[in-house]
Ligand binder design. Structure first.
Ligand code: RTP
Ligand code: MG
Length: 143
């Protein structure tokens, strides 16, 4: 199994619910390490760029509005099989379909406000990490 990195976002609803620590605890408990982290309030342009692949979808406007509605926490998670592992911890996009014990089952209210984002492949992870972090802002563990 390869050591991977993936991009995780605690979305505005997760920050508003004050469950940042609870969410990070799930990642750490599963063996993922936070190697980059920042809090920010996305501009409309930055949110549109991040979700550009969805720009033609009917929910795009609502998605951008939601993602700019409050601060988010953006993280680089590192670990064995990190992309798949993070998606498993997150659960299905729609919280009503998310397996029990996943982040979205526990902390998301709707498909539009679903607490977390996670990269869906190693290739998109590399692109998404570079969208938010410079090399100097990523701190691989030395111990
Ligand atoms: P994310 O990118 O945020 O991690 O979520 P995801 O991979 O599970 O889902 P994706 O298909 O990439 O969709 C991105 C976000 O758009 C919103 N969405 N709304 N109303 C809808 O049918 C719908 N579909 C997607 C969700 O908030 C989803 O997280
Ligand atoms: Mg996605």
């Amino acid at each position: 199994m390869a050591l991977e990195r993936t991009l995780s976002i605690i979305k505005p609803d997760g920050v508003a619910k004050n469950v940042v620590g609870a969410i990070i605890n799930r990642f750490e408990t599963a063996g993922l390490r936070v190697v980059g982290q920042k809090m920010m309030h996305l501009s409309k342009e930055k949110a549109e760029g991040f979700y550009a692949e969805h720009s033609e979808r009917p929910f795009f406007g609502a998605l951008v509005e939601f993602m700019t509605s409050g601060p988010i926490v953006v993280m680089v998670l590192e670990g064995e099989d990190a992309v798949r592992k993070n998606r498993e911890i997150m659960g299905a996009t729609n919280p009503q379909e998310a397996a029990a014990g996943t982040l979205r089952a526990d902390y998301a209210d709707t498909i539009d406000e679903n607490a977390v984002h996670g990269s869906d492949a190693v290739e998109s992870a590399a692109r998404e990490i570079a969208y938010f972090f410079s090399d100097e802002e990523i701190c691989p563990r030395t111990r």
